[in-house]
Write a protein that binds this ligand. Sequence first.
Ligand code: SF4
Ligand code: SF4
Length: 128
Amino acid sequence: MTYVIAQPCVDIKDRACLTECPVDCIYEGVRTLYINPDECVDCHACEPVCPVEAIFQEDELPQHWEHYRTVDEEFFDGGSAQRCDPREASGDHPLVAALPPQQVRKTEISRFAVRKDEADDVDPWFPL
Ligand code: SF4
Ligand code: SF4
């Protein structure tokens, strides 16, 4: 079982997840980050810190982003004809590289992060 970074990370890449990963299995591309499925130990540490909810356990990927499981596999193991060297961050998977610029503004991300923190603080026995 592995975790997967899906489309919301593209052009955001704030790297919050990088510092959480205990096995350093998250690698940088140019427009997004990628989780190496052979190195991920399924610990869940990265998922809660992502401000745009881009990280999913592979079995929980939304249907419209299921192909990101293959994107990660191909980025690392050479299933893609145009694979990149993840350690040089010199490129992206062709599917990511072909995406138009993603239009999420930084202010929207910080608002989202605050809402997420507030949701974590809610006591289910004493809801606001
Ligand atoms: S689930 Fe754990 S091991 Fe896998 S990418 Fe996230 S932090 Fe790293
Ligand atoms: S925390 Fe989320 S948006 Fe930030 S780099 Fe990681 S996957 Fe991308």
